[in-house]
Write a new protein. Structure first.
Length: 425
């Protein structure tokens, strides 16, 4: 499947990447900034996320209400997100409104008001958001796991920040953070859908050319050094126990990145996976179980997550570990390996049919890997992965001195048994 991606770089370093999909009635547009939670320290933790919230509260040319009505009033949708490494502002709209969308997003990013009144209101909102995550064990368990995987460093701290750091946020700090990180050389404009790429280039140049060029944003690199299994249990009277098991893994651009993706499919990406079949279908030990892969510039993680019957936690954890041992002791069978490849590629094909997913795909890869991968690129890379690569991944990941486990539930009577059973040897 040939994909002709268009790329343009302004003199100040800002990059524009786009993909024309003329058969669509819509387009999706995003402004990516290379800054997120890991660019912060304990003093300003949560600043990137706080700033993202405030940019929707009004800019020089658009009030908060006008921003929403201008997008939603023509059937569009508007959103934003902050991750560990990126902040993004995005819209999806009917194809005739490209210029409107770019004008609104760019004014938000370049000329936000950051009013004292809105800062005060949004601080209250974000503090409530923080409480909400604490009250959701299926979310909070990942926060506990991150603290185990990357202790005492930005990558292991919550993106939203802490009560203490949020209370310190003020307009001066927000403006300084924006001026430091929201610069042209760290911005990517990404678009996909029924658009004219060259028209987009001209509009972006008109709006963004005056922004100064600066050095690349710099984050604190991840530190490793685990020498034994780590476990954190948060005792709470929940109806089921929430588990997150994590192993530090491969950086985003690692040669084994697709192999670990296939390992994820084999172990827990769908209802055909080993963990779903063994833990839920055969033994009924968990309602929800699956795996996930985290990828960053310089590190990564392989995760196993589950919602477990409170009475069966030791048995479930033990069975999960046995399945991880199996996949590092012998090659996966040819049929299972081929099905994993087909699923992996098939999911990518389906995702890239959507303008929003395609925009996010090319924007994120440009921001983080300085490259746009086509579907053909990925298929060729995946087809070069062999079963030995899966084995290599499993043996690298699943070791006792790389095992991190967080649990939330009423586990006071079972904690010792769980600890004694944590063994991947």
């Amino acid at each position: 499947m040939k994909m002709d991606y268009h790329k343009n770089v302004l003199a100040n370093g800002l990059r524009v990447v786009s993909y024309r999909m003329p058969q669509r009635e819509s387009f999706s547009l995003g402004i990516f900034i290379k800054v997120g939670g890991r660019y912060e320290n304990s003093q300003n933790k949560g600043m990137a996320h706080f700033l993202e919230h405030l940019l929707f509260k009004g800019s020089r040319d658009y009030s908060c209400r006008k921003i929403k009505e201008s997008i939603e009033g023509v059937g569009g949708s508007l959103n934003g997100f902050t991750s560990e490494e990126l902040t993004c502002y995005l819209v999806k709209m009917p194809s005739i409104y490209l210029e409107k969308a770019l004008n609104i997003l760019s004014d938000m990013v370049i000329r936000p008001k950051l009013s004292q009144v809105e800062i005060k209101k949004e601080r209250t909102v974000i503090l409530e958001e923080l409480k909400m995550y604490k009250d959701l064990p299926q979310s909070y368990v990942y926060e506990l796991l991150d603290e185990l995987l990357w202790p005492n460093q930005p990558l292991g701290a919550p993106i939203i920040g802490s009560v203490d750091s949020l209370l310190k946020v003020d307009r001066k700090g927000l403006l300084s953070f924006k001026n430091n990180y929201y610069n042209a050389s760290n911005m990517i404009i990404s678009a996909a859908g029924n658009i004219d790429e060259y028209k987009l280039d001209k509009m972006v140049s008109r709006i963004f050319s005056s922004l100064p060029k600066r050095k690349d944003n710099v984050f604190i690199k991840a530190r490793h050094g685990q020498d034994k299994t780590r476990i954190k249990v948060f005792h709470k009277d929940t109806e089921q126990t929430h588990m997150a098991l994590g192993f530090r893994g491969f950086r985003r651009g690692h040669p084994l990145r697709h192999a670990v993706g296939l390992l994820h499919v084999i172990l827990g990406a769908n209802m055909s996976s080993r963990l779903f079949n063994e833990v839920r279908e055969k033994r009924g030990l968990a309602y929800e179980i699956g795996t996930a892969v985290k990828r960053f510039y310089d590190t990564g993680a392989f995760l196993v997550h589950a919602g477990i019957d409170n009475r069966k936690v030791p048995d479930a954890v033990s069975l999960i570990l046995k399945e991880l041992v199996k996949v590092k002791e012998s090659l996966v069978k040819v049929g299972e390996f081929n099905r994993a490849k087909e699923f992996y590629i098939g999911q990518l094909r389906l995702g890239l049919e959507d303008t929003m997913e395609h925009m996010l795909w090319i924007g994120e890869t440009t921001a983080t890997l300085e490259k746009i991968y086509s579907l053909d690129n990925i298929i060729n890379e995946v087809n070069r992965v062999n079963r030995e690569d899966i084995l290599k991944c499993a043996r690298f990941l699943f070791k006792d001195n790389n095992l991190n486990l967080s649990l939330i539930g009423p586990l006071k009577g079972a904690e010792d048994k769980i600890r004694k059973g944590l063994n991947l040897s």
